[in-house]
Write a new protein. Structure first.
Length: 135
């Protein structure tokens, strides 16, 4: 069985329609550097200081920078969204994270009614600035 990935088409600015993976495990919206060069190079790539993120496999994610207030449109809803740009030359994928999901008022439905929700207790997240565990 092939896993179906939740992809959405989001219009960026006035002309560009791009496919993003909807990923609730990410707090932020991310695009690969090649997309920045191709579609957003007219926008200022701002420097990131002291931001660290982890990939699915636990490896560190490197960012080239971030874009401020990118106009994003999904269905009949619009917002300005800050987008993080991955470092590197590989195409990678684009992810709309929780910031975009909330600002664009996306609805996420579980289609399989047999899904069982379980509590996993405290999750060991860390503060990116001090690297101290959250309470």
């Amino acid at each position: 069985n092939k896993v179906q990935r939740p992809l959405v088409e989001i219009k960026c600015g006035d002309l560009i329609k791009l496919l993003f993976l909807v990923y609730t495990g990410s707090d932020v919206t991310v695009i690969p550097f090649v997309w920045y060069k191709k579609y957003f190079s007219n926008m200022e790539l701002r420097r990131l200081v002291g931001v660290t993120c982890k990939n699915f496999d636990g490896t560190s994610v490197q960012f080239a920078g971030w874009l401020k207030n990118v106009p994003m449109h999904f269905k009949d809803r619009s917002t300005l969204l800050d987008i993080f740009v991955l470092k590197g030359s590989t195409a990678g994928g684009a992810v709309v994270g929780m910031d975009g999901i909330f600002k664009l008022k996306m609805t996420i439905s579980v289609l399989d009614s047999s899904v069982e929700m379980k509590s996993f207790g405290k999750v060991g997240m860390k503060d990116t600035e001090s690297d101290a565990p959250l309470p």
